[in-house]
Design a protein around this ligand. Structure first.
Ligand code: GNR
Ligand code: NI
Length: 173
């Protein structure tokens, strides 16, 4: 197992559309293990492969409370096959946009079809935080960030802040 570095704004790789996984082999399973370890260490409730600079359609989620023990979900090539018309608002954050939180409105329930770590097709209907996390992670696979769902003014303010920080870091001796 290994901790992987998490890329953050304004890294342009966060805007890539990730490629489907053709075969769930040992390398993919190893990546999912490393992503889980990286997510728990951060700590976060979800992680998409592109956040560790791998542009493939892979994500991991665990929304269990720490006292209930780990309940990891490994998801490959997910598709949202149904989303509710009812929307709900959650305050979201992203490990690639550290220390920024904002309310986002998304469908309240989703049904997702995906391959599990054994390559078996699964379907999962989720609501609440799990529905939000699944949509947030699937957005990452399409190069979409949660700030794309907030007002342009707020998004541009966040982008500018992270671009400034990156520029300052790059020019430090
Ligand atoms: O750890 C995370 N928490 C979170 C909270 C509300 C909505 C979405 C998330 S996902 C985030 C981890 C992350 O950046 N995943 O891509
Ligand atoms: Ni994120």
């Amino acid at each position: 197992m290994a901790l992987l570095p998490i890329i953050s704004l304004p890294d342009p790789r966060l805007r890539l559309v990730s490629e489907p996984v053709a075969e769930i082999d040992a390398q993919v399973r190893r990546l999912m293990e490393d992503m889980l370890e990286t997510m728990y260490d951060a700590p976060g409730i979800g992680l998409a492969a592109i956040q560790v600079a791998v542009p493939r359609r892979i994500l991991v989620i665990d929304i269990a409370k720490p006292e209930d023990g780990p309940k990891p979900i490994c998801v490959v090539n997910p598709e949202i096959v149904w989303a509710s018309d009812v929307l709900s608002v959650y305050e979201e954050g992203c490990l690639s946009i550290p220390e920024y939180y904002e309310e986002v409105e998304r469908p309240d329930r989703v049904r997702v079809r995906y391959l599990d770590k054994d390559g078996k097709t699964q379907e999962l209907e989720a609501d609440g935080l799990l529905a939000t996390a699944l949509q947030h992670e699937i957005d990452h696979l399409n190069g979409v960030l949660f700030i794309d769902h907030i007002s342009r003014l707020k998004r541009e303010r966040v982008m500018r802040k992270f671009t400034k920080v990156a520029r300052r870091t790059a020019t430090e001796v």
